[in-house]
Write a protein that binds this ligand. Structure first.
Ligand code: SF4
Ligand code: SF4
Length: 493
């Protein structure tokens, strides 16, 4: 690609912006999240101060707040403020590891799982009580408590206790609390389903693709984990239905973890989701957190390989939407929301600073507190660098003031990181210091070699190029429309 030779900056009315050459044009973005396109010639004229003030290009730049005028600065400040609202809220997401035991043996398991019958790996009532103490000290008005494991259903008694106590405390303190459960759903009793549905617990599980792929990724003894997951999803559907919930709001969320075996099957995975009645597919790349080198060598892949898979799945989904089938990809939807709207999806891993500590905390079964679940996974491999407290000895205030929380905040502020501070995608992106530490040995990444950066840059390149096509822009804009599901996932006892 021919490099762009910038003329000397002579335009005194330039507002701050970043730029990137993409598809033969220049993409300009700014911290308020606006973007505009120019040809290379127009870009030279703009920077050099000779772009016709009456031209359409100049009009586009004014609307994107790239040109100084009486409104541009105020509007930019307001937009940045709105897009960064999460910084001022307090920790809202609290991930509770109810047990390290699990009854499945997934090929990409991160969680340092222990066998189903192992002893000493469950959260006790006492630790659960102290965990609730810390959670409810957070100043956030809205809290989400997410149960994870291992397989959290193996410690259902503590789950039940935390949900009941959580609602009581929320009522007493005038807060709103939501619960979610991340589970393989294979040890579910019908009473459990009733409890979870009646207490508005949102349920998330895995569907990696068609039966053969799912069962290969998620071995379950002699049984099929695919059959077991689908049966449980049906039980929830029945329970939602019998309570007359709107089934377009009340459903089990599923995501597909992309293993090496998944890479050749983008269409099959999308088709499986459609076949099962889902409208959203979350294609999640494998992360090396807490995963042994041997597993990564077998199941891992390069960023470029994931991007070939993802773009082919995206092309297919766009084609299906054009033919009238509604289906969208979750990460694309979050990025498009950041690009096309003023709403902040507050996705912990795609914001600046990231959610570590200030947006989320992870509570291990033994009471140790980590900056996030990924930090906890590093701890599970014997390195407690991301531990920021212990519920037995520390308050929320102690935890949030731990130097580890500050370090991760500083290491994930894109505005001051090498590479990101000049990147056109910084307004829509996020870095992960835990990933950087695991992969590159430092909280701050060397971006040119960083696979996470490559994946996000590749996704954003794809989306911006698609947004240039008016028909597809309209279609992708619809992926930013979210429906409020809180009417279902609220206390009903
Ligand atoms: S992580 Fe990569 S794509 Fe994202 S802002 Fe930083 S340099 Fe840009
Ligand atoms: S450190 Fe990484 S995993 Fe943890 S909250 Fe930040 S982006 Fe997410």
């Amino acid at each position: 690609m021919k490099p762009l030779i910038l003329p000397k900056v002579k335009n005194p009315d330039l507002m701050p912006f970043h730029y990137r050459i993409l598809g033969g044009q220049v993409l300009l973005t700014n911290d308020a999240g606006y973007h505009a396109w120019l040809s290379k010639e127009e870009f030279g004229d703009f920077v050099g101060g000779t772009l016709d003030p009456e031209s359409q290009a100049m009009e586009n730049l004014r609307s994107a707040r790239m040109v100084r005028d009486e409104n541009a600065e105020i509007d930019t400040i307001e937009k940045i403020n709105g897009r960064s609202g999460h910084i001022f809220e307090g920790t809202s997401l609290h991930i509770v590891i109810l047990t390290l035991r699990c009854n499945q043996n997934c090929v990409y398991c991160h969680a340092n799982r222990k066998p189903k019958g192992a002893k000493g790996y469950d959260m006790s009532m006492e630790i659960a009580e102290k965990t609730l103490d810390v959670i409810f000290q957070s100043p956030a008005r809205e809290l989400t408590i997410e149960f994870q494991g291992g397989e959290p259903l193996l410690n259902f008694e503590v789950l039940r206790y935390m949900v009941e106590q959580g609602y009581e405390r929320a009522e007493r303190l005038g807060k709103t609390v939501y619960f979610s459960l991340v589970s393989n759903l294979s040890v579910l009793e019908s009473d459990d389903v009733d409890f979870l549905v009646d207490h508005g617990v949102m349920v998330c599980s895995s569907l990696d693709g068609p039966r053969k792929l799912h069962d290969k990724n998620r071995p379950f003894g002699k049984m099929s984990s695919y059959d077991s997951t689908l049966e449980s999803i049906d039980s929830f559907k029945g329970a939602y239905n019998s309570r007359k919930h709107d089934l377009s709001l009340a459903y089990v969320n599923v995501l597909a973890t992309i293993s090496r075996s998944s890479l050749s099957k983008p269409k099959e995975i999308v088709d499986e989701y459609i076949h099962q009645g889902h409208k959203v597919v979350h294609l999640r790349p494998l992360n090396p957190f807490g995963m042994g080198k041997k597993i990564w060598a077998k199941e891992g892949y390069k960023a470029e390989e994931f991007l070939v898979f993802w773009t082919s799945a995206m092309d297919y989904m766009i084609e299906l939407n054009e033919q009238g089938t509604e289906i969208m990809e979750k990460m694309a939807s979050i990025m498009l929301t950041r690009i096309l709207t003023d709403r902040d999806p507050n996705y912990m891993d795609l914001r600046s600073p990231c959610g570590a500590g200030i947006g989320q905390l992870a509570y291990n079964h033994d009471g140790k507190v980590y900056t996030c679940d990924e930090g906890r996974m590093v701890g599970a491999m014997g390195d407690d660098i991301f531990q920021v407290g212990d519920v037995s000895t520390d308050s929320y205030s102690d935890i949030i003031h731990h130097p580890g929380v500050r370090s991760l905040c500083a290491a994930s502020c894109l505005e001051c990181l090498p590479g990101c501070s000049q990147c056109a995608y910084a307004p829509y992106c996020g870095v992960c210091p835990v990933y950087n530490y695991v992969v590159q040995g430092d909280l701050v990444a060397r971006m040119p070699e960083n696979d996470r950066c490559k994946i996000q840059m590749g996704m954003l390149d794809y989306l911006f190029l698609k947004l240039r096509k008016p028909g597809i822009k309209d279609l992708l804009s619809r992926w930013t429309e979210t429906r409020d599901r809180s009417s279902v996932y609220r206390r009903r006892v």
